[in-house]
Design a protein around this ligand. Structure first.
Ligand code: SF4
Length: 74
């Protein structure tokens, strides 16, 4: 199982994740940060399982300029 993890508080709102993978990300109109769609929050960290497109998730995680996206699992 692959999981996407978003350390949202440190997001700088650059929008790269949304541009690369709009099926998983939205930009918040409230605070300008990215939001992980269907992410479950625990202590400010959002997680969700991903069943498709793990490779793109890895590319998005690498592209995030502040490294607040992690991909775990296989
Ligand atoms: S790529 Fe990283 S810093 Fe940029 S909006 Fe997405 S989570 Fe935030």
């Amino acid at each position: 199982m692959t999981k996407l993890i978003h350390y949202r508080s440190k997001c700088i709102g650059c929008g790269i994740c949304y541009e690369m993978q709009p099926e998983f990300w939205r930009m918040s109109r409230k605070d300008g940060k990215a939001s992980l769609l269907r992410g479950v929050e625990k202590k400010g960290i959002f997680q969700r399982e991903v069943k498709t497109d793990r490779q793109t998730c890895l590319e998005v995680a690498q592209a995030c300029p502040v490294s607040v996206i992690k991909v775990v699992g296989g």
